[in-house]
Write a protein that binds this ligand. Structure first.
Ligand code: DCP
Ligand code: MG
Length: 373
């Protein structure tokens, strides 16, 4: 089908949180190329260009039809000249040469390799690249200082770059719930992140934990982690204490919830009762081991902040960014994982569910499977 100007589908709402975006869609070849351009721009330190490509990709992910010509993209929001050139090239040649060239470039490949290490962001990777690091063994150079996250990330590099399947995630969920319920049986524990949006694989498994009684949450993460450690299944972890986040801090990175960032040894299903499961720092080939390393985030939110934390941790990252941009630009409200604030009246606006938050923002509710913006 070819939309025309009068077709409501040919105009797309400008904010991703006003659209429904499923995991699978009709323009994957184009959005794959745009996602590569976005990543390459981020690797080059250009956040603005990266965001422009991400926005264009996000619009195309929400289209309910396959683009047949570049003309159809010309009245789509955020799809400017560069994006149209990508679309045209893919429709004509079946390939985006710019994306292909970037992907095979030494810089992109090294940045991909280095940012694939847990604890390594774009800035660190860029610095190492400039210092001549080209592969993981170059990090053994004593002049390169690794922090403890990065050391753990490097030690478990292969496993942590192996996608976490839904089956893995469900076994992690079992392990997390089994552990936490030992201490507080009526906790509310939700697997959030990509898996809640219906993804079949992810880079980690995210959990949000709450309870109406604040006392029940106190010291809980430490007890849980100690327990998992005693089972021999804790490879690494860091704890972030709860901190006060001011209302005007609207960045996702300003999340102040108590969090445990962990690497668990997840026993393989068929060997979960065998005695060979204790890791003991053994880093042999994955197939020879009875476990795989998996990244797990455990987030504790106070009960009254739970709907905001859930909305903030379900993602996608772009959906979150757009929700905050919409709240601020269109409603003059500040939204983060702790609450919704009216900056003019200097008060917070409570909510008891995600649905209520969307409604307070004047947005139609978007269920998690449609937040894959
Ligand atoms: N998030 C957040 N604040 C943080 C960290 C994450 O609001 N400090 C949000 C954005 C993400 C979601 O939480 O969408 C989960 O983070 P992940 O990095 O795990 O992303 P996903 O789960 O969406 O993807 P993946 O499948 O790669 O794990
Ligand atoms: Mg995740």
């Amino acid at each position: 089908r070819v939309p025309d100007d009068k077709d409501p589908l040919s105009t797309v709402a400008p904010y991703a949180c006003q659209r429904r975006t499923s995991i699978t869609h009709h323009n994957a070849q184009i959005t794959d190329a745009l996602d590569i351009l976005a990543k390459a721009a981020a690797f080059q330190g250009s956040e603005v260009r990266s965001l422009a490509f991400t926005r264009a990709a996000s619009v195309l992910k929400s289209l309910p039809y396959k683009l047949q010509s570049v003309e159809e993209a010309k009245n789509l929001v955020w799809c400017g000249g560069h994006c149209q050139a990508v679309i045209q090239e893919i429709l004509e040649d079946g390939v985006c040469h710019e994306a292909e060239a970037l992907m095979t470039s030494e810089q992109y490949r090294c940045m991909e390799l280095l940012t694939g290490i847990y604890g390594v962001g774009v800035r660190t990777a860029e610095r190492w690249y400039k210092e001549g690091v080209r592969n993981l063994s170059d990090l053994e150079n004593p002049n390169i200082k690794l922090n403890s996250d990065q050391k753990a990330g490097l030690a478990h590099y292969t496993d942590l770059n192996q996608p976490v399947t839904r089956e893995d995630a469900e076994r992690v969920e079992h392990m997390v719930k089994d552990t936490l319920y030992r201490f507080v049986p009526d906790l509310k524990i939700t697997m959030t992140g990509g898996f809640l949006r219906g993804k079949q694989q992810g880079h980690d498994v995210d959990f949000l934990i709450t309870h109406p009684d604040e006392e029940a949450l106190s010291g809980l993460l430490k007890k849980a982690v100690d327990w998992i450690n005693r089972q021999g299944l804790l490879l690494y972890h860091t704890m972030k204490a709860r901190s006060h986040v001011h209302a005007y801090k609207r960045s996702t990175h300003m999340d102040g919830h108590e969090t445990c960032y962990a690497i668990f040894a997840l026993p393989h299903p068929d060997t979960s009762n065998s005695e060979s499961e204790v890791p003991g720092g053994d880093l042999t080939a994955p197939a020879a081991r009875a476990w795989r390393a998996v990244r797990v985030d455990l987030v504790v939110a106070p009960y009254n902040e739970y709907p905001f934390a859930l909305l903030g941790w379900t993602g996608s990252k772009h959906f979150e960014r757009e929700l905050r941009r919409f709240s601020w630009n269109e409603k003059k409200l500040s939204l983060n994982s702790h609450g919704l604030y009216d900056m003019e009246k200097n008060c917070s606006i409570p909510a008891t569910s995600e649905e209520e938050i969307f409604s307070l923002l004047g947005l139609q509710y978007v269920p998690p499977p449609y937040r894959n913006a």
